[in-house]
Design a protein around this ligand. Structure first.
Ligand code: KG4
Ligand code: ZN
Length: 396
């Protein structure tokens, strides 16, 4: 079966095509991403309405590249039904630019051979989510194929199971603790019951803790802005911090609390105050401060995550989200969980760094697992496209 997946929850426009064999072997046919970094760089953050405009602009070209790479883009020799344009216009009523681009695509190309569409319907920036959701709905209407709405956070978790490794989906790896760390979220999630088809889901999830204010990625981004380093801050800070030993001068908010929650806004404020006192903001200062910021964030992430692993007897740690691409975070998690002390007998399940950040493939894999389970007796069925809505605050 072939799955077409669409991701527009933040500032990356992603479309992927995934082929899954009867024995659940995955073959990635395409995974195209258009980043909006250049647009948002000037502002040091993402403005939802600007991001929405970019998604409208990029979605059809990205979609065409994804189909072309998957060898599914075929020039049409039949007549596109003009009678369908009114309904498409209604579905894309709030995305007029996308409507025009989609109709010219549909006039020129045939329906690709895909079995269903999966699309991120939350959480994320709502105007951005709607672009992808309405696009998926329009395609579902025109081509008469089902749509599976996908939770973005679940996508960050399940992208780890794209290429089954010995531990992946092995019952012995569960319960697991997932740490999803991105620009919008920082959550510790208890992941249970592999193979449980209940509710049409592969796993059951329980959010144990999350950030009370800024997300970890947001903290990287805001601190980078204060230090004049550019956007997105995470990769830049990580690069600047390479080879620098932190001296632990910044606070570690909520480090000793008994819950699994985080708070990062105080850390950003501490960086702001410290920065005001520095007269010569040369490269050495920026590199040193980058190492301090990175280590402060890593310390709290590792502290709370290992606490959850111990408290729930987790057998594995699953990382996901943009911040999980951070080399130092991965290294320190490995050292802490698998090092000489080997405090915990835990498997580490990390995504390929390029699959840590937002992409369509994570939505394809999650759509596949949800669809596979929804086909089992007694579980939920694919939703009618009319019923799908975007929800910026969707919970896993
Ligand atoms: O998952 P993602 O692509 O988008 C959201 O769902 O938010 O995450 C983007 C975030 C940004 O805040 C970015 O600064 C951060 O991930 N990020 C990193 C690294 N790469 C991306 N943070 C730390 N180290 C990295 N190498
Ligand atoms: Zn994300």
């Amino acid at each position: 079966m072939k799955i077409l997946a669409i991701e527009t929850s933040c500032d990356d426009t992603g479309v992927a095509v995934l082929e899954v064999s009867k024995t659940s072997n995955f073959k990635v046919l395409s995974n195209v991403i258009a980043s909006q970094i250049k647009v948002h760089q000037k502002y040091g953050g993402v403005f939802p309405m600007m991001a929405k405009r970019e998604h409208q602009r990029n979605l059809v070209p990205v979609f065409m590249r994804a189909l072309k790479q998957a060898k599914l883009l075929k020039i049409s020799n039949s007549q596109f039904l003009i009678s369908k344009t009114e309904k498409i216009k209604e579905i894309l009523g709030r995305e007029p630019e996308l409507y025009k681009k989609l109709v010219s695509f549909l006039k020129k190309y045939d329906k690709p051979k895909v079995d269903f569409i999966s699309v991120t319907n939350g959480p994320g920036l709502e105007p951005c989510l709607w672009v992808g959701v309405n696009f998926a709905k329009a395609l579902s209407y025109v081509w008469d194929i089902p749509v599976i709405p996908v939770n973005h956070i679940e996508g960050h978790i399940l992208v780890n199971f794209l290429n089954p490794r010995p531990h992946a989906l092995n019952p012995k790896s569960f319960p697991a603790i997932a740490l999803v760390v991105s620009g919008g979220h920082t959550q510790i999630i208890l992941v249970r019951k592999p193979f449980g088809a209940a509710q049409g889901k592969l796993f059951s999830y329980e959010i144990l803790g999350e950030t009370r204010d800024d997300a970890a990625g947001e903290c990287f981004d805001k601190c980078a802005k204060i230090l004049g380093l550019g956007y997105p801050g995470g990769p830049i800070i990580s690069k600047m911090a390479e080879g620098i030993k932190p001296t632990n001068t910044l606070p570690r908010p909520m480090f000793n609390t008994k819950d699994y929650d985080f708070s990062f806004s105080g850390l950003k404020t501490a960086v702001l105050y410290a920065d005001r006192k520095v007269a010569n903001k040369n490269i050495n200062y920026k590199r040193a401060m980058s190492a301090e910021v990175q280590q402060a964030i890593i310390d709290v992430l590792i502290k709370k995550t290992t606490k959850a692993i111990k408290d729930f007897g987790a057998k594995s740690l699953i990382l996901g989200g943009g911040v999980s691409a951070n080399k130092e975070l991965r290294k320190q998690f490995k050292a802490c969980l698998l090092g000489q002390e080997k405090l915990i007998d835990t498997e580490l399940i990390f995504p390929e760094p390029k699959l840590s950040t937002d992409n369509g493939l994570m939505i394809a894999v999650t759509g596949y697992f949800n669809r596979r389970n929804s086909l089992q007796p007694g579980s939920v069925q694919a939703k009618k496209w009319e019923k799908i809505v975007a929800n910026g605050n969707l919970r896993i």
